[in-house]
Ligand binder design. Structure first.
Ligand code: ADP
Ligand code: MG
Length: 368
């Protein structure tokens, strides 16, 4: 299988390309700056160094918000024929913090209260009624550079004057007290492959590594993990970083990063994050290219009657462990139809384990 990594050639992108080469037969490293989108003919054409871009099974695009129109156009052009982990819409949703929030809010992902105002007058009105401290930030900043902290109305007013003079659009956000700590989760599909807490340097509110923040490996609780994975899914970015603040009201997403830097998190967690991403890309590409050729496993199982209810199914297998916990095969979830909300009774003895739905749980469900 053939893959391409389109990027600005950062160190992190080089790591990912190198890791991809372990899995894919062919990996082309393409510099985004040498790409041209040609719309002069009937169909959109992507040119690389003046020639049409080759054909790939997988194209992973990285690059900053400045390149959003090109990144998005490439994704649109390829989406029908090629596996792309970042959907076209993700490029405009993910590169704008306000649009990210609008989209996530529709799906009840917790986020800090945020305001956007069209005029100076309405901004002043918000600043007068809001609780302090607050954060004012550019919708498309990165590395903490567009984030300003105001602890009072006078501080906010002088920031407002400067932003107005510079004609810079910005958003106003409730400040979440976390003592300068934020959480970064790297998501690949349905898993968080690495997570770290970043602590801002003394006197600094922004915990970005670029702003001097120090990273430390951490294990996310199930709820926070779920929020990170759902955020990635909603935005349409199978591979991304999700930034979360864990304040008094629980975890809140502040942004999604479509091309996260890997140095900080690799050093902090000692996890080969580039390899995790590459492995994921390979697995998905394989799944998608093979889907065209033969039925996916679940369809085959359906044909074999194995998913039909009523009959007790027996699987002979070894058990998969995560530390001391037992991880059951996905088929168990599919056949049992258990989900997180169902109350169950677990019977355990040496060499024997069974899980059944509790009658009370079932009654509760019926009543609904
Ligand atoms: N609403 C907020 N409350 C508290 N701290 C915040 C808030 N928004 C941002 N920060 C701090 O600033 C950092 C950078 O903010 P973020 O929105 O992720 O922008 P960037 O794209 O520049 O990383 C965060 O990691 C966090 O430490
Ligand atoms: Mg951030």
């Amino acid at each position: 299988m053939k893959a391409a990594l389109i990027s600005l050639g950062s160190e992190s992108s080089k790591w990912i390309a190198k890791a991809m080469k372990k899995y894919f037969e062919d990996v082309d490293e393409i510099n985004l700056k040498n790409i041209e989108i040609d719309l002069s003919h009937k169909e959109l054409e992507i040119l690389y160094k003046g020639d049409p871009l080759g054909e790939y099974d997988c194209v992973y695009e990285r690059g900053s918000f400045k390149y959003e129109p090109v990144l998005k156009s490439i994704a649109v052009a390829l989406s029908e024929t090629t596996y792309i982990p970042i959907q076209p819409a993700a490029f405009y949703l993910g590169h704008d913090k306000l649009l990210t929030q609008l989209e996530l809010q529709k799906h009840n992902i917790p986020m800090p209260k945020t305001y956007l105002t069209p005029t100076l007058g309405s901004t002043k009105a918000i600043l007068e009624k809001i609780n302090y401290p607050i954060i004012m930030k550019f919708p498309a900043g990165t590395g903490g550079k567009g984030v300003m902290y105001a602890e009072s109305l006078p501080a906010a007013s002088s920031i407002l004057d400067a932003l107005t003079a510079l004609k810079q659009p910005f958003i106003i956000q409730e400040y979440i007290e976390t003592e300068g700590v934020d959480t970064r989760a790297i998501v690949a599909g349905d898993t968080v492959v690495a997570a770290m807490k970043r602590k801002a340097v003394k006197g600094e509110k922004r915990s970005n590594i670029h702003a001097g923040g120090v990273g430390e490996a951490c294990v996310l609780d199930r709820y926070t993990k779920k929020i990170a994975i759902e955020t990635a899914k909603i935005i349409g970015a199978e591979i991304c970083a999700v930034d979360i603040l864990e304040g008094a009201k629980g975890p809140m997403v502040i942004e999604i990063n479509l091309s996260p830097g890997l140095q900080g998190i690799t050093k902090a967690t000692k996890i080969d994050v580039a390899d995790k991403m590459a492995k994921y890309l390979y697995k998905r590409t394989k799944e998608i290219t093979e889907k065209g050729k033969k039925k996916v496993a679940s369809e085959i199982l359906e044909d074999l009657d194995i998913l039909k209810p009523g009959k007790l199914k027996e699987i002979i297998t070894t058990l998969d462990f995560r530390g001391n916990r037992i991880l059951l095969p996905e088929l168990v979830t599919n056949v049992s139809k258990f989900d997180e909300k169902k109350e169950v009774i677990i019977n355990i003895d040496k060499g024997n384990l069974s899980v059944r739905e509790s009658e009370i749980g079932r009654e509760k469900e019926k009543k609904k």
